[in-house]
Write a protein that binds this ligand. Structure first.
Ligand code: PLP
Ligand code: MG
Ligand code: MG
Length: 601
């Protein structure tokens, strides 16, 4: 009924106040449609005809009238919707204005039941929320002193499952209070149904209950919402998984481009620029070229292995981790003549033993494939020693540099590397979708006569087409390539050595913090890349990776499980657009979790 606004909104219901062009309810409906939510039920009461007129303008908006609106609370209205709500749904109030991203946030939250909250404001009439250590709703009240540790305020946008809704109805029935509001029912069931608190931080929004609210909305909140909806803020999460890595805003925005056909010359120039910028990081651009593929890192590894080993060649694959195993799998699928050199996964490859292995090999090894940085463990293999061995024996060296490229300086000529595989979304700080092979043109030309073993991934054909047409043979990930161009510009500005220094500084903060938490590392320091750390899981009985992961992700940190059999570990990468301060905050969050679980005292 909006009694506090009478005289300001006239006889209209609150949802029909206007701040911009449309009523605030119409703006809300339009934001919902923008996120694909078209089926809407509006529980009406006071002056319901306004809502009914509005609903007629939309195909799938329906009004359900609560004739007892003057004497009942929101649970009674919700009750009338019971037969209409068939699946998990969003519940919104009609008198709020909010940024569009508020909906994205709650829709994408990986929980069936969640409420959206924000930093505390002082507009008046705030509903304070308190949550448990693991982010679940515990209490809500307009009186901050009435609940424990209120840390955010309720926005009035929630996501509920049918299961929780039914519990709320049961609670409502048991209470026998027609004036019950849905917030109280949520609190009532929160012990039985886990309702997550999604804090959207500095989100601009407000509820309009009073003339003061309306003033604040007009003066500051609504203009701020318009600004951010037009130029949306993109949340920056700290990705501590080994890629895709955290990107800068400028890389994120570089994806937003005019519609363009990748067969146009304009795109050809972008492709050329990107290719040259990549090559320039590791080789001279006259002799060497980067061949681009739409695909993940594995695509380019498969491209090289399936395209450059001739029928009389013999390949040796160094395996000290899962990515070595994967290369061997690829070689076997293509029925290449291949031998595997298995080496201790906890340390860098022992090159002396590798020499003995190759010398003792029955067939003459013509090609050697090695993973530079084994992302399974964080072990950095010694590329210099391996490349010297290959150079001495005239062996073609293939390097999987997917997780080292862009951070650890590489010089293909000096290090006699013949084929290098890498991808956009790790240390280059681009987005996933594009990967590349770097090689000398003469090297690629020498594979021309090898009968293709596949179509899409054939390296020579991709190279030849790119060189001739400044296009990829098949549809490229256009936006990912624009983002990569921006990421390369930024890599160039920072410089690879400075980038490695920044990463290594992040790593030092990480290692110090892990030590304080008495966590043990899997790999001896001297073999570590300083880009990724494998950590032994605590043996404490209350430790649980998934729970720790979920705790951290709520605070914007994504960690990664281990992938070694026979040893319980998890992994933290420190690559991407992050700084040592981000790792400090991560350690603080991790420490909070450890204290809360009693893993440390
Ligand atoms: N090789 C290494 C060393 C990697 O770290 C990865 C991915 O993490 C890959 C290959 C496979 O890359 P993708 O997952 O992009 O196919
Ligand atoms: Mg209110
Ligand atoms: Mg209200």
């Amino acid at each position: 009924m909006g009694r506090r606004l009478l005289g300001v909104s006239g006889e209209k219901p609150k949802g029909f106040m206007t701040l911009g062009h449309d009523s605030i309810i119409a703006e809300s409906l339009s934001k919902l449609r923008h996120h694909g939510i078209t089926s809407v039920y509006i529980g009406t009461g006071y002056q319901q005809s306004y809502y009914e007129c509005l609903a007629q303008q939309f195909l799938d908006v329906q009004c359900i009238y609560n004739e007892a609106f003057a004497t009942t609370g929101s649970m009674a209205t919700l009750r009338l919707l019971q037969d209409y709500i068939k699946s998990d749904f969003l519940l919104l109030e009609s008198d709020i204005i909010y940024e569009r991203r508020a909906l994205r946030r709650i829709i994408d939250a990986p929980f069936n039941d969640a409420i959206l909250t924000s930093d505390v404001t002082s507009y008046g009439d705030e509903v304070f929320v308190s949550s448990s250590q693991n982010g679940l709703l515990v209490g809500m009240s307009k009186n901050a002193d009435a609940i424990e540790n209120p840390d955010s305020i309720f926005v009035g946008i929630s996501k509920l499952s049918i299961k929780t809704l039914n519990c709320m109805f049961d609670f409502f029935d048991a209470k026998q209070n027609p004036a019950l509001n849905y917030e109280d029912a949520m609190i009532g069931v929160s012990k039985k149904c886990a309702i997550n608190v999604c804090n959207a931080g500095s989100l601009h929004w407000c509820e309009i209950d009073t003339p003061e609210h309306l003033n604040i909305a007009r003066q500051s909140v609504y203009p701020a919402i318009r600004r951010n909806d037009d130029y949306p803020l993109v949340t920056r999460n700290i990705l501590l998984n080994p890629g895709p890595a955290t990107t800068t805003d400028t890389v994120k925005y570089a994806q937003v481009i005019p519609d363009i056909c990748p067969r146009e010359i304009e795109f050809g120039y972008i492709l050329q620029e990107v290719s040259e910028r990549i090559t320039d990081l590791v080789a001279n651009t006259e002799e060497y070229v980067s061949v681009l593929f739409g695909g993940s890192g594995t695509a380019v590894i498969e491209s090289i292995l399936s395209s450059v080993i001739g029928p009389n060649d013999h390949l040796c694959i160094v395996n000290n981790g899962n990515y070595g195993v994967r290369m061997h799998e690829i070689a076997q699928i293509y029925q290449l003549s291949v031998v595997e050199y298995v080496s201790d996964p906890y340390r860098a490859v022992d090159v002396k033993q590798l020499v003995n292995f190759i010398s003792g090999s029955q067939k003459n090894v013509t090609h050697l494939a090695v993973v530079h940085h084994e992302t399974t463990t964080g072990v950095l293999n010694n590329l210099d020693d391996i490349s010297k061995l290959c150079a001495r024996r005239n062996i073609v060296l293939i390097v999987d540099a997917i997780s080292s490229f862009g951070a650890i300086p590489i010089n293909m000529q000096q290090q006699c590397i013949h084929y290098l595989a890498a991808t956009a979304n790790k240390n280059l700080q681009g987005i996933p979708g594009v990967s590349f092979v770097i090689a000398a043109r003469t090297m690629l030309e020498s594979t021309k006569e090898i009968t293709p073993r596949n179509l899409y991934l054939n390296l020579y054909n991709q190279y030849n087409y790119q060189e001739t047409n400044s296009q990829t043979r098949f549809t490229p990930p256009v936006q990912a390539i624009y983002a990569l161009r921006q990421a390369l510009i930024e890599t160039n500005c920072e410089g690879i050595e400075a980038r490695y220094t920044r990463y290594a500084n992040c790593w030092s903060v990480l290692i110090d913090g892990l030590k304080r938490l008495r966590l043990e590392l899997l790999v001896p320091i001297e073999f570590q890349s300083k880009l990724l750390t494998t950590i032994k899981e605590p043996s404490h009985s209350d430790y649980n990776f998934k729970e720790m992961h979920d705790f951290l992700i709520r605070q914007g940190f994504t960690i990664y499980p281990g992938s070694l059999s026979g040893c319980n570990t998890f992994r933290i990468a420190n690559i991407g657009a992050i700084v040592p301060d981000d790792i400090k905050r991560f350690i603080t969050a991790l420490t909070t979790y450890f204290l809360y679980k009693g893993i440390i005292a």
